[in-house]
Design a protein around this ligand. Structure first.
Ligand SMILES: [Zn+2]
Length: 349
């Protein structure tokens, strides 16, 4: 993981569009506008997109449910949406900075919300109180990978952290599927289902104008988190992520990528290759380190330069397990479980 303040890679080019202030919009193409909202975390902003449709807009993603996000929306409602209303909300994936205000906006604007079936399933599961046995199962998974104690993860494992950042469950009116098309004000957008960062993640591509709304799948300055978790339906998220990068690398090289964090850029192939190299580098370092059997927690010092705690530690452990499982499932590491249930990975004999 890199921090949000890392410089943008020189291999990419950036159109000269200034970032909009909270509550304002900036035009990035003849049919797409950019909104940028603050986030109360190290990753300090999210980009949302307004696509022209029927005298109003299709909104892609909604922002986190917190007072500054609601205030920015109220300002936008007064300054922009009063004249050009929302027609539809689409959510790229379940994470709270993307899906957080979908229910709140749906109540205010009475518009449909679309998201993938898998996004809806996961949101429902997280928004309902979680049974104790499921919280315990999630905890055992983390402990089995060598994390010494769970005290700083309680709110994440129980779903409490998610529920605090999401305004409720929107009514999902349609579940877009891979390669399905949508026509909004003469623009033909195509959904691309992309795995690895979040099950059910969708990108939106407009081949004619060469525009990709990439969600968190491909970002210019940060490597999106790729985590294996106790609750993911995907047994090999890194494999899914690398496959999705290959697919996005096939897009027209001149595609303008509209990412959820950072600046719009061109260079989708170059960025997909850089991200692939980043993960292949992680895999090489892990193979080298696992001459001795190591837990996922042991490998954090191999993968990350800084000491991690709290939610960052949870993301990092998930990322380490995703890489170790990729190697185990391709036969390059063995997975060893001791009589206390602790899982270690070692170079296959
Ligand atoms: Zn995300």
């Amino acid at each position: 993981m890199r921090s949000a303040s890392d410089p943008d890679p020189a291999s990419l080019s950036y159109p000269p569009v200034a970032s909009p202030a909270p509550g304002e919009i900036a035009r990035v193409t003849d049919t797409v506008h950019w909104i940028r909202f603050p986030l109360p975390m190290e990753l300090d902003h999210i980009n949302l997109w307004l696509l022209d449709h029927d005298g109003g807009f299709v909104l892609v993603d909604t922002g986190l449910a917190w007072p500054a996000g609601c205030a920015a929306w109220e300002q936008l409602e007064r300054q922009v949406l009063a004249a050009r209303p929302l027609r539809l909300i689409v959510v790229t994936h379940l994470h709270p900075d993307h899906a957080g205000l979908a229910a709140w906006l749906q109540r205010r604007h009475r518009v449909p919300v679309w998201a993938s079936l898998e996004t809806e399933r996961q949101m429902r599961q997280l928004l309902e109180p979680m049974p104790e046995e499921e919280i315990a199962r999630r905890g055992r998974f983390i402990l089995s990978h060598g994390v010494p104690d769970l005290s700083s993860f309680a709110a994440s494992l129980s779903g409490e952290r998610y529920r605090a950042a999401v305004s409720g469950m929107p009514a999902i009116g349609h579940h877009p599927r891979d390669l399905e098309e949508a026509s909004w004000s003469g623009s033909r957008w195509q959904w691309i289902a992309t795995g690895g960062h979040a099950a059910g993640h969708l990108c939106l591509n407009e081949p004619a104008r060469r525009v990709l709304v990439s969600g968190d799948q491909i970002l210019p300055a940060i490597s999106p988190n790729v985590s294996a978790t106790a609750w993911s339906a995907d047994p090999n998220p890194l494999e899914s992520y690398l496959e999705s990068l290959e697919r996005l690398a096939q897009l027209d090289p001149q595609t303008l990528v509209l990412p959820s964090h950072g600046r719009p850029f061109r260079g989708v192939r170059e960025r997909a290759l850089e991200l692939r190299e980043h993960h292949l580098g992680h895999l090489d370092r892990l193979l080298e380190a696992c001459r001795e059997p190591l837990t996922a927690h042991d490998t954090l010092r191999v993968l990350f330069r800084r000491t991690l705690s709290g939610f960052h530690l949870l993301l990092a452990i998930g990322e380490a397990i995703a890489h170790l499982e990729y190697l185990a499932q391709s036969g390059r590491l063995s997975r060893l479980t001791d009589d206390r249930g602790t899982i270690r990975y070692a170079r296959a004999a």
